[in-house]
Write a protein that binds this ligand. Structure first.
Ligand SMILES: [Zn+2]
Length: 101
């Protein structure tokens, strides 16, 4: 289920699916394909938004290898869609390098 709202308070279907997985004790995602049916009964593939891509990885870092369906006959591993997702190491003197307020 996806709930769209004008002000961004809704949530994507990926969030609902992951919540159901976690409730059932599962954290690993093998593949993601989301579709939408339009008023002409046509199906459209909807790749996960950036927030969902990050959420999928934060649930289990191994999900970086999940296959993401982008369209008919087109998919990519999440790691290609979410490059440089690791937080950078601030280094040993990072706090000392911050300007004081
Ligand atoms: Zn999303």
């Amino acid at each position: 289920m996806c709930i769209d709202t004008a002000c961004g308070m809704g949530f994507c279907a990926e969030h609902a699916a992951i919540a159901a997985m976690v409730t059932a004790g599962h954290y690993r995602v093998a593949a993601v394909v989301a579709v939408r049916r339009d008023e002409h009964d046509r199906l459209w593939v909807l790749p996960p938004c950036g927030r969902c891509r990050e959420f999928i990885v934060q649930i289990d870092s191994a999900n970086i290898d999940a296959e993401i369906v982008l369209g008919p006959g087109l998919s990519r591993p999440l790691r290609e869609l979410l490059p440089h997702h690791d937080w950078a190491d601030p280094g040993p003197h990072a706090a000392a390098d911050l300007p004081s307020a």
